[in-house]
Design a protein around this ligand. Structure first.
Ligand SMILES: Cc1ncc(COP(=O)(O)O)c(C=O)c1O
Length: 380
């Protein structure tokens, strides 16, 4: 049986949430929170001048949570925690569940780098069970994960990234369920930052069945709002309550919530049209890149807004030299910045390329077809 109390750090479990100034009375002449009643110090012609920015933001953000309930088909707003990007959600989970200096998270390389960064900041250990990388499969090695979590009771939190970064690959939901069904007493955290690029594949509805599942999502990718920093978790109400007790009282700014409310309302068709266009562009980009002699192929199943392209030498063998030289040439000479991932497990010779606008993709393709880049590839 999963027992939440036994896996939350005792000091966190005992937390009483910060009671903010407006919990009891929130209208009238507000002289309770040491705000600046004269107003914000913005120039009169600023479009934000009437934005109520001299007041602290709403700590509960119910309007956003209601919209997310509708969008994600979740029954109650009390299953949500809103964070400053999903990066805050990742940090929050480690802070809440993993005892510094004593306990561990488990990650499945190649994976998103922030799990390890946050673990290191929080003095949490890191256990690693690589994905099955052969042939660019990038799926979970479930037997090895189960063995590891059974052997090592200090593993409190398992991070699964679906679709993965840098793999771009959706994990099989049956594998995730197998871990949830295994009797594991810790938390399974599924990072779904890129889930809007694969309709209906989310694990979010499973939170109703599994009390130890946390799903995180973000407005940074498909919604195109990386600049506002809004991510969130969907979980049991009990976990959401603990996260909300632990967060800084006003972590979501008024500007962020205003913009998020628009994006989650009238912005939804815009998001859907961007997703459709990005998928179409992804296909075109892959078709055109495949024709280049130094592209061996694409690893994974390309379920996100990027592709993982494998660069090969004249013998057709994946080669970090080719990938690195082309990466540098693109950045330094052509002015196109992609990400070298050739040193990640199972990603030899790989560049991770975000799908751009049609014009940006056409420019990238024209550079890749140039004589300069052909010559670089021919050196290997
Ligand atoms: C897998 C994954 N999770 C989380 C994040 C962070 O997202 P956010 O902007 O919501 O903090 C990223 C960003 O690249 C990501 O790739």
């Amino acid at each position: 049986m999963f027992d939440l109390k036994s896996i939350v750090r005792p000091n966190i479990y005992a937390l009483k949430p910060y009671r903010c100034a407006r919990d009891d009375y929130s209208s009238g002449i507000l002289l309770d929170a040491n705000e600046n009643s004269h107003g914000s110090s913005l120039p009169q012609n600023s479009s934000f001048v009437n934005g109520n920015l001299e007041r602290y933001p709403d700590p509960y953000q119910l309007e956003i949570k209601e919209k997310l309930c509708k969008l994600r088909n979740i029954q109650s707003t009390n299953r949500f925690f809103l964070g400053v990007g999903s990066d805050e959600c990742i940090d929050m989970a480690i802070r809440v569940f993993v005892q510094p200096g004593k306990e561990k998270i488990l990650i499945t390389p190649p994976t998103y780098g922030m799990y390890s960064v946050s673990a290191n900041i929080n003095d949490a250990g890191i256990a690693k069970v690589p994905l099955i990388v052969e042939g660019g499969k990038f799926q979970l090695d479930v037997p090895s994960i189960l063995k590891e979590i059974q052997q090592d009771p200090t593993i409190k939190l398992v991070f699964l990234c679906s679709p993965g970064n840098p793999t771009g690959t959706l994990l099989a939901q049956t594998d995730i369920v197998q871990i949830l069904e295994s009797g594991f007493k810790g938390i399974v955290f599924v990072d779904e930052a890129y889930i809007d690029f694969c309709a209906d594949a989310s694990c979010s509805s499973l939170v109703e069945k599994y009390p130890n599942l946390i799903v995180s999502q973000t407005l940074s990718k498909a919604f195109g709002l990386a600049g506002i920093r809004l991510g969130y978790t969907i979980s049991s109400p009990e976990i959401a309550q603990i996260f909300n007790n632990t967060k800084a009282p006003y972590n979501i700014s008024t500007l962020t919530s205003n913009i998020a409310n628009q994006a989650l309302g009238d912005g939804l068709p815009v998001m859907a049209s961007y997703v459709a266009s990005i998928k179409e562009q992804r296909k075109l980009l892959m078709i055109q890149m495949s024709k280049l002699p130094f592209i061996g192929g694409f690893l994974g199943t390309h379920d996100a807004n990027f592709v993982l392209a494998q660069f090969v030498n004249k013998q057709g063998i994946p080669d970090n030299g080719v990938a690195m030289d082309i990466y540098k040439h693109l950045a330094e000479i052509s002015g196109v910045v992609v990400r070298f991932r050739g040193n990640e497990l199972g990603c030899l010779g790989c560049l991770r390329i975000t799908v751009g606008t049609p014009e940006e993709n056409a420019t990238l393709i024209s550079y890749l077809q140039s004589k300069d880049i052909q010559e670089i590839a021919n050196k290997y």
